[in-house]
Structures are given as C-alpha cells and as structure tokens.
Design a protein around this ligand. Structure first.
Ligand code: PLP
Length: 419
C-alpha cells in the first residue's frame, strides 16, 4: 500500500478513452464544474515559457500569465525541480510545526520589502486569504472605548478578493450585492482623490486598503503623491495603511513592490499571485513591532498556509527573479510594449508599469479582441468593455512582445468587423 508498483500515466486516469478534444472536455466541464466562471475559453494541456498549448494542439503566446501568476512562465525548470524535490522530501507538516523553507521565505520577503526591524510574515494560500488576514489585522486596531475604530476605507474600483471580508473591501456592486450582509464598516471613497481621503480618515478609522495600481479596474495607477498623502493621513489618525500588492508585487512592475519607490513605509502588504511562480501561496507582511503584535497566538490560522512545497516554490521563484536580473528586463520589455502599443491606431491610452499593462481602445470591442486574439494564438484579457490587460510572464522576450504588437492592428480590425 505504501508504494504504487505499476503507476499509470496521469493521462490514463483523466482521459476516458482515446484522446479527448477541447469540445469534449468542455462538455464534461459543464456537467461537473460549478458555473461561477462561465464557459472557459480553452482547455489548456501544456506550457513552456511564455507559450501554452490547448487540447486540440493549438499554440498560444500567453500575455496574461494566469492573471499575473506565472511570473517565470510555464514549467520553469528550476521552479519545477525545486517543487518536485521538496515534495519528495517533505510536503506538508501543519502549523504545529515549521520547516526551513517557510522561515527562509519569510526572511527573504522581509528583506526585499525593506521591512524595518520587528516586521513579520503570515503565509496563506491565495490573494483573498492574504487580504482576509489583513482585514483581521485591521479589526485588531481597535481604538479606545470612547473612540472605537470601526471604519475601514477602500477605494472605488477596488478589487481585494472574493471571500466575505475581502469582498467587503471590493467595490463592484455586482460582486457584493448577492452576498449581503458583508462585514460592516467598510466605506469606499472616490479613486485617487487625496481630499476625499483626508476627509474620510479620522480617529474612528482602523485601516485604509489601497492597491498601488488597480489591476481588475483596468490597470489604473494611483496618482503620484497619493500613497504619501495616505501615509500622512493614516499616521496622523492612528489608522493602518495596508497595501494590496497581490497583483502588483514580486517584480510585476519591475520593482519588488509597486509601492517600493513611493518613499513610504506601509503598515502591511499583501502578496500572492506571482509569489509562487505559479504555485498557490499568499502572504501578509506586517511592518514594525507594533503592527506585528496586533494578531496574537490563536487569533488567526490556516492548515495549508506556509507549507514546505509552496514556500520552496516561492524561494525558487525569488531566486531566479533576483539572480537573472529579471526586474531590469521587466522594466525594459514593459517600456517597449507600452511605446509600441501607444503607436497603434485605435489605442487611445496606455497605462501601467513594468509588465502590468492596460490599454484603452477607441470602441467597446475588448471582448471581441480577446476572442480574435485566441483565434490568432494570443491570450489577453479584457477587464472592461474598451480595455485590454496584459500581465505576461516576466520573462517575455522583446521578440514575443513584437509578435503581439505586429498582430494587434489586425485583431482590432477583426473585432470591429465582428460588431
Ligand atoms: C487577484 C487579487 C486578489 C485575490 O486573489 P485570489 O488569489 O484570487 O484570491 C486580491 N487583491 C488583488 C489586488 C488581486 O489582484
């Protein structure tokens, strides 16, 4: 029972006889998977670097990277080998125990986030769980009996996740309304408006949650100076400044943190998407000893969070990002893509930093561009009716970027013809 003597190939377990086509898989999908994602666009079976292949053998240039997750592309050999060897050594231990990779990754995150002495890390398994931990941290900034801190501030357009606490911070009414009542006390203020922020932050404020660049809202960067103003207002009121860098962190913008050059020290940062190089992991970093002691033993927890395999995957990812000068590459290719996009007829605005890029079109054809892209072998995403988002692997080459730039005018034309 301990050893499988004649191990079948995984394909023998998942295929029901013969090779299954994409259409057949999607029919099995719709009879077995909950419909929350609608119909998936393709059934993907294999990846290598920035390329993926579907069940029918078609190749795609992946310019979405699993939504900013596959930082080193697909099937990166070093990440793959580190995950395999960690799993073959020690896969899971529970949080009654710890393991060297967990400790080393916490130290590494404190280092790259330039966290001051006394800063700490909590590991989760996803973005929403990292935000959930931050929400509980905020609740522990209780204030006084006379002035309890009951208010939490987030921005219009914010996306912080789908579990109930994170959903309370998420702004989109269509996501929120079906699940009322959500945890109380969250107010959403206008995006990027420093005066609105100053007016909202007061002695009853426990925390302000901000994304340095709103990814799901179409790659909307906060205006210059906003983070600094937020730091001043929150410090003056005793509120926490919590930055959600689940999408923008870990080299996505060509910096370890998108907020890294804002000249501020936040009270907490959430990370997830790119951190594990495709393996699920989330993290909350609490800055300084005071914030780091708000959650005490027993007040939060997770079974899988910080397990040896996930933390090894993240260590491997960070190692490659650091030792192969990937962040410099991200800035260069990102700049190249943005200037190329800005020169294309029908592109009206280009936003973002590094390889988190949003661009607007002169017509509401973004969904049709996604479809035309798939047909032509490109994976992109449309967070809004006239907006396209790119969040490719950080190892995207200039040649691959040029391939997309060369194809885009025809994709726009195809999308407009389909209207
Ligand atoms: C994706 C995202 C989340 C949620 O992460 P999940 O892993 O999908 O739960 C939270 N915050 C931001 C900014 C995100 O982009």
């Amino acid at each position: 029972m301990n050893q499988i003597e004649t191990a079948p190939e995984l394909t023998e377990i998942v295929e029901t006889g013969g090779q299954t086509t994409g259409a057949q898989w999607l029919s099995r999908y719709s009879s077995s998977l909950l419909g929350v994602f609608g119909t998936p666009q393709r059934v993907l079976v294999r990846g290598a670097g920035c390329l993926v292949w579907d069940a029918d053998g078609k190749e795609y240039l992946d310019l979405l990277g699993g939504i900013a997750v596959n930082a080193l592309g697909h099937a990166h050999p070093f990440v793959t080998s580190v995950i395999s060897s960690q799993l073959a050594t020690l896969g899971h231990v529970s949080n009654f125990f710890t393991s060297p990779t967990q400790i080393a990754l916490a130290e590494k995150l404190l280092d790259i986030s330039k966290a001051p002495a006394g800063s700490k890390v909590f590991f989760a398994n996803s973005g929403t769980e990292a935000v959930e931990a931050a929400f509980k941290l905020a609740r522990r900034n209780v204030g006084s009996a006379a002035t309890p801190r009951t208010k939490i501030i987030a921005l219009e357009g914010a996306f912080h996740g789908r579990t109930m606490g994170a959903l309370a911070l998420t702004a989109k009414e269509a996501y929120r309304a079906p699940f009322a009542p959500l945890p109380a006390g969250v107010v959403h203020i206008p995006f990027g408006d420093v005066d609105a922020l100053r007016a909202a932050v007061d002695e009853s404020t426990a925390a302000v949650f901000l994304e340095p660049i709103q990814g799901e809202a179409g790659v909307r960067p906060l205006p210059a100076g906003y983070l600094k103003a937020a730091r001043e207002a929150t410090s003056a009121a005793g509120a926490l400044l919590i930055l959600d860098e689940v999408q923008t962190g870990i080299g996505r913008t060509g910096k370890w943190l998108a907020s890294g050059d804002a000249g501020i020290v936040p009270d907490a940062v959430t990370l997830a998407k790119g951190l594990g190089g495709g393996f699920p992991i989330g993290a909350l970093i609490t800055f300084g000893p005071e914030t780091s002691s708000l959650l005490s033993a027993g007040q939060h927890g997770t079974t899988f969070g910080g397990n040896p395999v996930a933390t090894a995957a993240a260590l491997a990812t960070l190692h490659v990002l650091e030792n192969q000068q990937v962040l410099t590459h991200v800035r260069e290719v990102g700049e190249h893509l943005r200037s190329g996009l800005a020169a294309i007829d029908g592109v009206t605005e280009v936003r973002g930093e590094g390889l988190l890029i949003g661009f607007d079109l002169d017509a509401d054809v973004a969904a049709a561009v996604v479809t035309a892209g798939l047909d032509a072998g490109f994976i992109v995403n449309s967070p809004g009716p006239h907006t396209i988002r790119l969040a490719p692997p950080l190892i995207l080459t200039t040649d691959q970027a040029d391939r997309f730039l060369a194809a885009l005018p025809a994709l726009l034309q195809t999308a407009k013809d389909a209207q």
